[in-house]
Design a protein around this ligand. Structure first.
Ligand code: SAM
Length: 245
């Protein structure tokens, strides 16, 4: 049977026993029709990954008992993705794919031509949890509350680089200029909306010392394609794709 891996909230320690939340309980009891005694893997983003077993499967609650830790919790190391608020399906795809690609956080941003006035953050959080469970991550990327792009740039953390996808054809190839961030501090990535950045936005970005504008090739990519392609480049160049195995 495929190993069941679930994200749970409580602290994980040997012999701990607790009732899991509504989402995992429904998955175990109703979708998987799991039974007491079945083994599963649990993680919470803080305490590593634990071998556990189902202590009780009831209609109202499912209880798990922890046995032993099987993987240590790595230090957070994924790049941050700043993505212009896209239409729902595109945002769902970005949340899933960016989670699989190892982002540490996803920050939806509002730009002059943003397609959506709001972002379904709670829905994106569930998508990120399910993608993290499926791909074997030991944490779930933070889905930050959406902010106007300028507010994010004005509060930019010291020492962090920002790679911006610039489809105007005026920027150098990404692979040639990706800042050699150490894996512990890979550059963040900013991808614009379907309508692109305005010239004023691109000018405002280029004057910021921490910004590197890059080309992602001669074709105009959809925002979700650009986010996925650029994250792969960052992970391969200065992220955890450099590790073997
Ligand atoms: N200005 C584009 C057009 O002419 O249709 C629309 C923007 S594109 C659909 C969405 C975002 O993806 C862009 O703002 C940029 O961040 C990124 N992007 C798409 N193609 C790119 C490329 N070839 N190089 C760099 N970034 C790209």
């Amino acid at each position: 049977v495929a190993r069941i891996r679930l994200f749970v909230e409580p602290d994980l320690a040997a012999d701990a026993e607790f009732a899991v939340g509504e989402r995992p309980a429904h998955y175990l009891a109703t979708v998987m029709r799991a039974t007491a005694g079945q083994s599963l893997l649990l993680f919470n983003g803080r305490d590593g990954e634990w071998q556990a077993e189902l202590a009780a499967v009831g209609r109202r609650e499912v209880r798990v008992r922890l046995l032993h830790r099987v993987r240590l919790q790595p230090a957070p190391h994924g790049p941050e993705l700043l993505i212009a608020a896209l239409k729902r399906d595109a945002m769902d795809l970005v949340a899933r794919a960016a989670t699989e690609l190892g982002v540490g956080a996803i920050r939806p941003v509002f730009t002059a031509r943003t397609n959506a006035a709001r972002v379904g953050s709670d829905r994106l959080r569930v998508i990120a949890i399910e993608a993290a469970e499926q791909c074997g991550r030991l944490d779930v990327p933070r889905i930050e509350e959406p902010l106007p792009l300028d507010a994010v740039l004005d509060a930019w953390p010291q020492g962090r680089a920002l790679v911006v996808g610039d489809e105007s054809g005026r920027s150098p190839p990404a692979a040639a200029v990706l800042p050699n961030g150490r894996e512990s501090a890979p550059p963040s990535l900013l991808i614009g909306p379907e309508g692109g950045f305005t010239d004023a936005e691109l000018d405002g970005l280029r004057v910021r010392a921490f910004v590197t504008a890059v080309s992602l090739g001669p074709r105009i990519l959809r925002a979700e394609t650009a986010a996925i392609a650029a994250l792969a480049l960052i992970q391969a160049h200065c992220g955890d794709w450099r590790r073997s195995g």
